[in-house]
Design a protein around this ligand. Sequence first.
Ligand SMILES: [Zn+2]
Length: 386
Amino acid sequence: MSVSRRWPVHPAPLPGEALSSWLRRIADRYDIDLGVLTSDMGHELIGSEEIDTCPPAGFARELARRTGADLTRIRRMSLSGWAPWLLDQMEPDPEAFTVYTRQLSVLLPAGRRRPREAPGWRAWLPTKQTLRACPRCVATSKQPHPYQLMWSVPLMLSCPFHGCLLEPHTEVPGYFVGWEYSPPRPKPAAATVLAMDRRTWRAMTAGSVELPPRQVHAGMWFRLIRTIIDELATPASECGAPGRLIRRIWEETGYPDRAGQTFWRTHEDSPLSVQLHTLEAAATAIDLLESKTVTGRGLDAALFLPRPPMPVYDGDIPDRTSIAYLWARACSAFNEAVEEARGNPAAAQALFDLLLYRRKDASAIQETLGQLQDLGVPVDYLSHKE
Ligand SMILES: [Zn+2]
């Protein structure tokens, strides 16, 4: 079948759907192969992984032109469309790891983790892609089954719609022939995991997340989770005394320290089992922080605590050397002196002499007498020598 230049009838993209999933469903509607579809758009031999990670320049724009779908929405169906929020940039940068994972601190004090080299690192993009899927989403849809962009990166553990854990699968994305004969039994996700994943889903779909003291941008949320993951993977030799907190979290999660890793490597480069156990530990850490069971030592741990009640303003402690303070005191003393001078001839005379301050000329005396008269001080109290 030949493909028309425009695709007036096509399935609409679903919330959170990966771009290759949507294209595969469009290709299925036209009864053609995904490669034929992308070839018709002028891009040869594009695989699902490339489409979902970083499609060629102009690909999303051409797709928007043909389908009439929103260009920004199409770009967000690939990981590259999430820069700079989910990841800083698609191009590898030697500073990327440090910039992304060390700007914040939650569990460990700021600066406690030592610098690390992670050449070619890109946030959340696994060295070896492993697909996972929600068994209930698959069971309730038809082939080619829609699949989520987040199912291809080690960021979420569960399906925010069905509340069950994502299950690994090894077939072509969109096809779950093995699951049709032997479907995995859905395992309910722990409340701590669901709480973290539902915030991540909110970040992906609404662009922000509600934390106890305030709302944070999606980019901040992704960096907070990645920071906690990095802290949980910090060797005990670097942690010092705060390492007790790290051990406490791993104990609570039920896995060995650092998910049993004997040497340091990035989350993205770790085996899937380590990634999943570390994500579970991150969810546990957030729950323990929010319930005040543990106290984070990092500067950003406050984002997991309710905002303290606003203190009632009871005035500043005066700076007794400031000009404003000294001037206020002088005004107060002058007003007291005037009040005293209105009924006390001696006080009136002292004030008169002070205001004249060594001036003896007639104009100065008359000016000062006039000022005191205006202030209500009887001038007949006063004697003066011109
Ligand atoms: Zn689901």
